[in-house]
Design a protein around this ligand. Structure first.
Ligand code: NAD
Ligand code: DAU
Length: 382
């Protein structure tokens, strides 16, 4: 079946993995990467697939209603996988307006363009056997923060059982499930929550075939080094201080980015219209414990005595409104669509550290700012 799909934010961290997966796995699909190339967009993330005949890059702002509509008409687009967003919580604290503009207004503009193109065709295009689909990628942060409660006499992390039947370690008794009410705390998560509401409203009001997924923290290759894991790997390598917010006691639930991309593939093709699916690997870690794993791994791989760089840990002022604990219950996705994470965390983190150490040129290109010239050099002669 031939399809024509726009992936927004495809030059970013998760988007680049989704684009790569779709371009490789579906040579019969046309994959259009629509990205504004903000500071977070880096076309070098896609160097290995940029010449494929089923791939096209379009530099465009999701807020450009006319541009998106024209592109959809030109390419007969029957699906949108929407990842473009401002994604860093610390930036949202300094500049909330940009987050409202991109995450809320940008998503609304994209929805309006899709509606203008698809609604007159009854939400189904002739070339495609299934209805059009607007798939919105969101975050677990919209649910707010969880407590660190534990059964009497048992210190966290303790073993518990998810409704899917899987046993896993947890720092609290409650989890984010799809039916929880939204309680975002940061300007980033407030803007993502608002965009989720708009997507659902377009289904409920106009009948647009939509899907929303909420995923936990991703890690892996090509993540912008403002986020905890790539920032700290790079700092350890260069023996620079590691700024740990507060006491480092906050808990995050980590998923390898390629497992998220695989979940997006499964849900795009088999997910039920109007449904929400949580995506996560039942993999909770305190920040400080992850940081110690990163130090030991980088030291070992660089031939330094393991743990030699523990003195780089520097406790700094906490992030304002810092959410204490995130923990996703992805039982619904595992039960209904059979998706499961493929990597154990220990394996994923080793692979990730190796990737950043082996790809120092990628990191240097980003930290020097040179990556932003890649588009100009690459596309000026086309
Ligand atoms: P990222 O910051 O690495 O990439 C964002 C991409 O969007 C960049 O390529 C950027 O150029 C593009 N972009 C930004 N504004 C745009 C605009 N106005 N028009 C077009 N393109 C624009 O983000 P990420 O970490 O890959 O996250 C991708 C999506 O997944 C986001 O929607 C985020 O909320 C969500 N998410 C991220 C995580 C995570 O751990 N990183 C977890 C769950 C959900
Ligand atoms: O939960 C999903 C979310 O995960 C995504 O929606 C966001 O786009 C993504 O950025 C991520 O948000 P976090 O705020 O959890 O990720 P970050 O890497 O910024 O921080 C992870 C934890 O590490 C968090 O508790 C803050 C802490 N931290 C972070 C940085 C950058 C530090 O202690 N020091 C730091 O320098």
């Amino acid at each position: 079946m031939k399809r024509s799909i726009i992936i927004t934010g495809g030059a970013g961290f998760i988007g680049s993995h989704v684009v790569r997966l779709f371009v490789n796995k579906y040579p019969e699909y046309k994959i259009i990467n629509l990205d504004k190339l903000t500071y977070a967009g880096n076309l070098a993330n896609l160097r290995d697939i940029e010449d494929r005949p089923n791939y096209r890059f379009v530099k465009m702002d999701i807020c450009d209603f006319e541009g998106v509509l024209k592109l959809m008409q030109e390419e007969h687009v029957d699906g949108i996988i929407h990842l473009a967003a401002e994604s860093h919580v610390d930036r949202s604290i300094k500049d909330p307006f940009t987050f409202a503009q991109t995450n809320v207004m940008g998503t609304l503009s994209l929805l309006q363009a899709a509606k203008a193109y698809w609604e007159p065709m009854g939400w189904q295009m002739q070339h495609c056997a299934v209805p059009c689909r607007f798939y919105h990628i969101s975050t677990d942060e919209v649910y707010g923060a969880l407590e660190m409660t534990h059964p009497e006499g048992i210190e966290p992390p303790f073993t518990t059982k998810a409704s899917s039947g899987k046993h896993h370690l947890a720092y609290g008794e409650k989890f984010f499930t799809e039916d929880l009410k939204y309680q975002p705390h940061s300007p980033y998560s407030a803007a993502k929550a608002s965009s989720d509401h708009f997507v659902r409203a377009f289904h409920d009001t106009f009948g647009m075939p939509t899907i929303v997924t909420n995923c936990s923290n991703n890690y892996g290759p090509y993540q912008f080094p403002e986020k905890l894991i790539p920032l700290f790997i790079n700092n350890i390598r260069h023996r620079k201080p590691l700024p740990v917010y507060g006491k480092g006691e906050n808990v995050r639930d980590w998923l390898y980015v390629e497992d998220h991309a695989r979940a997006i593939d499964v849900i795009f093709h088999q997910g039920k219209i109007a449904e929400t699916y949580n995506i996560g690997g039942f993999n909770e870690w305190k920040n400080i414990d992850i940081i110690k794993v990163l130090i030991n791994t980088v030291d070992r791989l660089l031939g330094r005595p393991e743990g030699a760089d523990m003195d780089l840990i520097t406790y700094v002022t906490d992030r304002a409104g810092h959410d204490l604990r995130y923990a996703i219950d992805s039982s619904k996705l595992q039960r209904e669509l059979g998706w499961e994470p493929s990597l154990q965390f220990e394996e994923g983190i080793e692979k990730t550290v190796r990737w950043y150490l082996d790809n120092q040129a990628w990191m240097d290109n980003v930290t020097s700012g040179d990556y932003q010239k890649y588009y100009e050099d690459m596309y000026k002669n086309r």
